[in-house]
Design a protein around this ligand. Structure first.
Ligand SMILES: *[C@@H]1O[C@H](CO)[C@@H](O)[C@H](O)[C@H]1NC(C)=O
Ligand SMILES: *[C@@H]1O[C@H](CO)[C@@H](O)[C@H](O)[C@H]1NC(C)=O
Ligand SMILES: *[C@@H]1O[C@H](CO)[C@@H](O)[C@H](O)[C@H]1NC(C)=O
Ligand SMILES: *[C@@H]1O[C@H](CO)[C@@H](O)[C@H](O)[C@H]1NC(C)=O
Length: 458
């Protein structure tokens, strides 16, 4: 395993103004923002939602410089504070800077790396922060927090967003199509353009994600406006850069809300295939997204690396970690070291629903296309659903898979459930959002993948 420090040491030094909710705000080797956006507080090393903890539990932000050698640290404050139960003072267990892990099964959603399991909703918030850290560290690269300046205007159908940070600036646009009337309307941010039907009464915002981070092929690394702002050597892969872009669209919608006719508290995000992977990541990392709808995202999105590897081993040609790192730049180069050693990865994609939770999530899959790893997605999302069970919000996550030949086409069979999720969570109408169904093409043997139990979080 390539030590994390070796990768961190290569990053250009840059400083961001404030970290977003879940974002990193401290820790060994951290050189980024040490303050959090309002509504969150820096606890140990992540910005957790909520108010500052009582003074007696004041947080210590460790901001030592990254070691210049690639040697693993012998002792760090992170590892030395490892505990077997979550701290009782309301603070979060520190995530060790170096993690030795080897598990062919799907890791425990609720278990802290340093030991102990979340049994309360507060502790689960800590675990979500840890999951965010793990994903950024090992797969996605760092998602920068709120930049120093974001300005926006909505003129006709064009939302213009100007961003400046540390002396660099970019400007990008998103096209907005609104229902007639004055609103305010909910809106769905679509990567590229929507490939699900957007109902009447909901605005559509087309996000040109390729403009923020290119995804032509392996040569796209470091290309796009995100990298103009943060440098072509930034650790972010395209999905992290896009999630940052979605957050800036939400910033912009908050800035123009008095006149835009769009309600920034009722925003959905969607995308299909590679853009479905991106939409799921954006929903996981941006808590202001009210409804996340990844469509046919497959391996690298709603599929788990471990199950996709297993499908491959059993003879189904499916996108795997070892394939994906050579195909495109969706992930950080941090991920390369794990692509052929998936069991050493301390996270997997069943953790993505656990980051979205308890916010609403509706996962659309297609069982006809083996390359998407539909069996992997089914098992992965069923495992991720345990987070919603633990939070007693089982009707806030839905999953529906049908078999149809056109990748990213929208089958009518999914319409009732899509309508239910949008009605309930964006249009504020009552609807039955209890759904977890597939066409029965395969089953998921939970006992062979899950060796932990799901708590009822109090
Ligand atoms: C589950 O498996 C992992 C990896 O083998 C192991 O470390 C862990 O202790 C197991 N958990 C339980 C509850 O058996
Ligand atoms: C964005 O930047 C452009 C070019 O600098 C400028 O003309 C425009 O007024 C800016 N728009 C906003 C909303 O800040
Ligand atoms: C949603 O609907 C309920 C019941 O009809 C109403 O009380 C509430 O104000 C509505 N909320 C919004 C944000 O429109
Ligand atoms: C909601 O839909 C589910 C799945 O179709 C069904 O089992 C359940 O009975 C429905 N609940 C209500 C309250 O209608």
């Amino acid at each position: 395993m390539v030590p994390f420090f070796a990768l961190v040491a290569l990053l250009p030094a840059y400083v961001v103004a404030q970290s977003p909710v879940w974002g990193q705000c401290g820790g060994i080797g951290w050189t980024g923002a040490t303050t959090c956006v309002s509504g969150s507080v820096c606890t140990k090393q992540n910005c957790l939602p909520g108010a500052a903890p009582p003074a007696s539990t004041s947080t210590t932000v460790v901001t030592t410089a990254p070691p210049t050698s690639t040697a693993s640290p012998t002792t760090t404050s992170a590892t030395s504070t490892a505990t077997t139960t979550p701290p009782s003072d309301g603070s979060c267990p520190a995530t060790p800077a170096t993690i030795t892990y080897n598990n062919a099964q799907l890791a425990d959603i609720f278990g802290f790396v340093a030991g102990g399991r979340a049994t309360t909703k507060d502790q689960f918030t800590c675990r979500q922060a840890e999951i965010s850290t793990l994903f950024q560290r090992y797969e996605l690269g760092t998602i920068p927090g709120k930049p120093q300046s974001v300005t926006a205007s909505l003129s006709g159908n064009t939302l213009t967003i100007n961003v400046s940070d540390q002396g660099k600036s970019i400007s990008f646009t998103a096209s907005v199509s609104k229902p007639s009337g004055t609103g305010p309307f909910p809106a769905i941010i679509a990567y590229g353009a929507p490939s699900i039907p957007i109902p009447a009464g909901v605005a559509t915002i087309n996000f040109n994600n390729d403009d923020i981070a290119a995804q032509q092929d392996g040569s796209s690394r470091g290309k796009g406006k995100f990298f103009t702002l943060y440098g072509s050597g930034h650790s972010a892969g395209a999905m992290a850069a896009w999630a940052w872009g979605v957050s800036r669209i939400v910033d912009a919608l908050e800035l123009v809300q008095a006149t835009s006719g769009i309600d920034p508290k009722r925003l959905g995000v969607t995308g299909c295939s590679r853009n479905g992977k991106g939409a799921l990541v954006a929903g996981a990392f941006e808590p202001r997204i009210a409804l996340t709808i990844p469509q046919e995202s497959g391996s690298g999105g709603a599929g788990c690396w471990r199950i996709s590897d297993d499908m491959m081993k059993r003879g189904t040609s499916t996108q795997t970690a070892s394939e994906i790192v050579g195909e495109n730049v969706w992930f950080s180069t941090n991920f390369n070291a794990f692509s052929t050693k998936v069991p050493t990865l301390s996270e997997d994609h069943h953790f993505l629903p656990a980051l979205v939770a308890p916010r609403p999530l509706f996962v659309i899959e297609n069982t006809a296309i083996d390359w998407l790893g539909p069996e992997s997605t089914f098992g992965c999302m069923q495992t991720g659903f345990e987070a919603y069970k633990a939070l007693q919000k089982t009707d806030f996550m839905g999953y529906k898979a049908v078999s149809h030949p056109d990748h990213c086409g929208f089958p009518a069979a999914i319409q009732p459930q899509l309508t239910a999720f949008i009605s309930r969570f964006l249009l504020n109408q009552s609807a039955n959002t209890t759904v977890f169904t597939t066409d029965g093409k395969f089953s998921f043997n939970a006992a062979s993948w899950i060796n932990w139990t799901t708590p009822t979080l109090t």
